[in-house]
Design a binder for this molecule. Sequence first.
Ligand code: GDD
Ligand code: MG
Length: 370
Amino acid sequence: MQAVILVGGLGTRLRPLTMTLPKPMLPLVNRPFIEYVIKLLKNHGFDEIILSTGYLPATFDCLKDDFSNIGVKVTCVSESEPLGTCGAVKNIESLIKDTFVVFNGDILTDINLTHLLEYHRQKQALATLALTSVDDPTSYGLVPLNSDGHVKEFLEKPSWDEVTTDLINAGTYILEPEILSYAPSGENYSFERGLFPLILEKGLPLFGFPTSAYWLDIGSPEKYLRAHYDMLDGKVGIGLDMEQVRPGIWLGKDSKVADSSNLFGPVLIGPNCEIGENVSVTGPTSIGENCVISDGVRVESSVILDGCQISGSSVIKNSILGRNIEVGRKVHIEECSVLGDNMAVGEENWLKKGIKVWPDTKIGPGTIKF
Ligand code: GDD
Ligand code: MG
């Protein structure tokens, strides 16, 4: 069965991390996020996957080979300009053979796609949307239902006075190929503001399938951190590939932790890392490969990607460090700060309050203190 994963977005809310990698390729506990989506699809029989790319398309090429050993064929189709969520699928219409699934490429979920597909078939729907409940529906597509499961209306990014339910579009649809005949070719067109409202206007069978599966859109720094916390806390029905060395501690091959250091799980450390003397790492924390965390450093509830070097006595708390970052001594990085790839922070800087630092920046010693 076929699946289309939409991965063409710019991921602006996750900048600076997405300046160098598209959101679906950002690591989640040290694996490209999209791997989890592909494995979920495979577990439910979707073995032919088309990635609709646009932003930094070459970064997805490696996936074409990576899944052949588990029997999944991955094809990448790139847009020269963004066609919108539905336009992107219309663009690959000629490749679609039968009932298929569309998946937003930034959703962490363990949804039972087999049940979704069964419901879709039972209702003989043209489209069935997975729905989830959230506290604040205003950042999503609001989808109120009739008692028989028909979608009543589709309101993308509603204002609070339009909110009549907490059910939102979970970004996973089962579609019949003929639905695409209602979408225009070669222009920017979205499911949310274009096709779904049109299908409702025409009275065609559009159903919603509420699910209580784990669900998170990883589109902001807070949610990217949350995705790590929930994976490490075992809240997502998706296992981690690495073995635990003791409960809640994962340590990659050839990584060393000094005896005087403490790891308070859940903590995952990738291969080839060095953790110096008197370091404390408090979970949920994920550290990439080839990282050096020097003496006296404190890391808490953070994500540190590959190749970072943190010098003595620095504190990293509730923050995200991109790849290959050098942090000097006595630096504080706290309060959901986000540092882009390949940057350097000189000693005694205080980066707080969600500060975002662009890739390749160099911050001199003692420059930022607030
Ligand atoms: N190929 C392609 N082309 N992909 C795109 C394009 C495009 O022009 N625009 C967006 N995408 C991809 C993004 O990469 C992302 O994986 C997915 O489509 C959804 O785009 P977002 O930009 O993340 O949308 P959103 O989160 O604001 O809203 C969407 O998802 C919500 C659930 O998280 C909507 O579908 C909402 O209705 C939904 O509730
Ligand atoms: Mg999103």
